[in-house]
Design a protein. Structure first.
Length: 355
């Protein structure tokens, strides 16, 4: 082979190799994405004074890592003014999305409007705004919380007697949903039970004080519905002081339904100190909150209907979708209450048993 032919073949081989490399780069998104920086996401924690929210906080960083976003975090400590300020900080840091859990679901509307104007998508956890739009709401059916608590207490009390409902904050959609559903269920299914609603603003000391006052005037109360585990320790302390912290087999026992599914509640059910709780999924709030904010940044869209993670996306109103995650009632024996099977306290699928 002469030298001219050798050079020509070499050139052809080099061009072919170069073309192959170029084609590989064009057809492989991974090659492009591998060098891309993870989008910056702002996550505001609503509070850090309850076991439930501290568990949520623990689950957020690994969830962010799993979906491939970088985190900036703040804590608004149950103060909507602090939340609004924290969001302004996020905006100044050029975040590409915000995850928040506004406890005052009316006052957050102007901030959501501002973020929409700046094209910063928002996912809300646990609560949904009274007005305005967000990319996705990640919560469970809070009306079902109230109904499940009502069915449990109604069954245990045989449809008669008195119960105290330690409400959260009625400025929150969660407080309103749980309260309205509990009252509606009692009125329709157990009209022989009298309900004393006590507003607590999600504060444990307020809950304990109001329960103590109620038991002083109505010592024959036989049931307590705590809308969140914030009231757990205070409630148990009040019952202990009054000699009412006795096993379920004792006629003096006051039946207690809590809400959150924290490890302490599951232990209390085992020990007979409380009787049931609704397992609100702290782990899934973190997982799917970050999942949806990444989807928003990536320009994905969702429609109402069943999901691939045992939940249902519903259309709340125009421009507002809500992924309603599973939240079972947990009891000592896993019995069926109100036509629905409950989870037993030691069920390993409960996040509180894996925390």
């Amino acid at each position: 082979m002469n030298r001219r032919i050798q050079v020509s073949l070499a050139v052809v081989m080099m061009l072919g190799a170069t073309s192959s490399i170029a084609a590989c780069n064009r057809d492989s998104p991974a090659a492009t994405d591998a060098g891309a920086a993870a989008p910056l996401v702002g996550v505001d924690y609503p509070r850090s004074d309850t076991d439930f929210w501290n568990s949520y906080i623990k689950y957020v960083p690994p969830s962010a890592q799993a979906v491939g976003v970088e985190l900036k975090t703040t804590n608004s400590q149950n103060d909507v003014a602090a939340l609004i300020s924290n969001v302004q900080t996020f905006v100044s840091q050029d975040v590409k999305g915000v995850v928040m859990a506004p406890q005052d679901t009316a006052a957050i509307a102007p901030t959501l409007e501002q973020l929409a104007t700046k094209k910063v998508p928002v996912v809300t956890i646990d609560t949904r705004p009274d007005t305005g739009s967000v990319y996705m709401v990640v919560r469970a059916d809070n009306r079902a919380y109230g109904t499940k608590a009502c069915q449990f207490l109604g069954a245990k009390l045989g449809g008669k007697g008195k119960v105290v409902m330690l409400q959260g904050d009625l400025a929150s959609i969660n407080g309103r949903d749980r309260t309205e559903a509990f009252n509606d269920c009692m009125k329709n299914d157990f009209p022989g039970i009298r309900v004393f609603g006590e507003v607590t603003d999600w504060k444990g000391d307020v809950a304990a004080s109001k329960l103590q006052t109620r038991l002083a005037s109505d010592p024959d109360v036989k049931g307590v519905y705590m809308q969140s585990s914030f009231a757990l320790s205070g409630t148990l302390q009040v019952l202990k002081q009054k000699g009412l912290q006795v096993p379920p087999s004792d006629p003096k026992h006051v039946f207690i339904v809590s809400n959150d599914g924290i490890p302490e509640e599951l232990k209390n059910i085992k020990d007979g100190l409380i009787d049931a709780t609704v397992s609100q999924p702290a782990d899934l709030y973190a997982k799917y909150g970050l999942h949806y904010i990444k989807a928003a940044i990536d320009g994905k869209a969702f429609q109402p209907g069943p999901t691939d993670h045992d939940s249902t996306i519903i259309k709340v109103r125009e421009g507002l979708l809500e992924d309603q995650l599973s939240a079972p009632l947990v009891t000592a024996d896993g019995a069926t209450i109100g036509g629905e099977k409950t989870a037993k306290y030691d069920d390993t699928s409960l996040w509180g048993n894996n925390s």
